[in-house]
Design a protein around this ligand. Structure first.
Ligand code: 13P
Length: 260
């Protein structure tokens, strides 16, 4: 049984005050909900304030990126130890914006994934095809290439602590969400890749969907058997829409639980 996971990726938005207010409103809306895990990923500059606001809540904290070394002469970078110091339990790695805008390649993302695991931070690792690749019907090839490149050398124990996010690049920030059947096809393919690599944990690894998730479109995607949650961008910046997305992702028989 995989616990649904909804992650808000706030990207490069919100100052400290806005971020703190948002997380307080989110908590007011999701406290008492059970059977689901909720995580927010603010920008680096808001991590400390949001971390304090999240004390004694069951909302998890994540970062949007991280470097491969614990410390040293790496001007401008943030290390896993620094993230842990602020209470981060998650980190998004290999987001398509990191790949496209900052030139991150699978080999670097793989090092980051292994580093996050070494320091007990759960990596949320993004894969997904561009519009051109989608139109050339290369979705599976692209996913497989990214999967093989970014997940080299993971042990079965590592896999149990890893989250995969399928984010088709053509759906990110475009308002063009994948159809539930398209998402399911990609997620089922990812689970097949997992099974061929580490059969014993393939059923345990959570695979999130990301790309123009909105309160009115996510329920049907979430209902697909291999979709275990969502990585939400724009709609996570407003408490109401994020709370609605969390509520539409609750397991059918759950009514209580995120403890205050
Ligand atoms: P949007 O939900 O704004 O399309 O962003 C998705 C995303 O990139 C989450 O990581």
């Amino acid at each position: 049984m995989r616990t649904p996971l909804i992650v808000g990726n706030w990207k490069m938005n919100l100052n400290t005050r806005e971020a703190t207010n948002l997380v307080k409103s989110i908590f007011a809306g999701v406290r008492g909900l059970g059977g689901i895990e909720v995580v927010v990923c603010p920008s680096y500059t808001a991590l400390s304030a949001v971390s304090s606001a999240l004390e004694k809540t069951n909302i998890g904290l994540g970062a949007q990126n991280m470097y491969t070394e614990p410390e040293g002469a790496f001007t401008g970078e943030i290390s896993p130890l620094m993230l842990k110091d602020l209470g981060c339990r998650f980190v998004i790695l290999g987001h398509s914006e990191r790949r496209a805008v900052f030139g991150e390649k699978d080999a670097l993302i793989n090092k980051k994934v292994l580093t996050a695991l070494k320091y007990s931070i759960v990596p949320i690792v993004c894969v997904g095809e561009t519009l051109e690749e989608h139109e050339r019907r290369e979705t599976e090839q692209v996913i497989q290439r990214q999967f093989e490149g970014t997940f080299k050398d993971l042990t079965a124990t590592d896999w149990k602590r890893t989250v995969i996010a399928y984010e088709p690049v053509w759906a990110i920030g475009t308002g063009r969400t994948a159809m539930p059947s398209q998402a399911e096809e990609a997620h089922a393919f990812i689970r097949e890749l997992l099974a061929s690599r580490v059969n014993e944990v393939a059923d345990e690894v959570r695979i999130l969907y990301g790309g123009s998730i909105k309160p009115d479109n996510f329920g049907k995607i979430m209902a697909q058997p291999n979709v275990d949650g969502g990585l939400v961008g724009g709609a996570s910046l407003k408490a109401e829409s994020f709370i609605e997305i969390v509520k539409s992702s609750l397991p059918k028989n759950e009514t209580s639980g995120i403890k205050s």
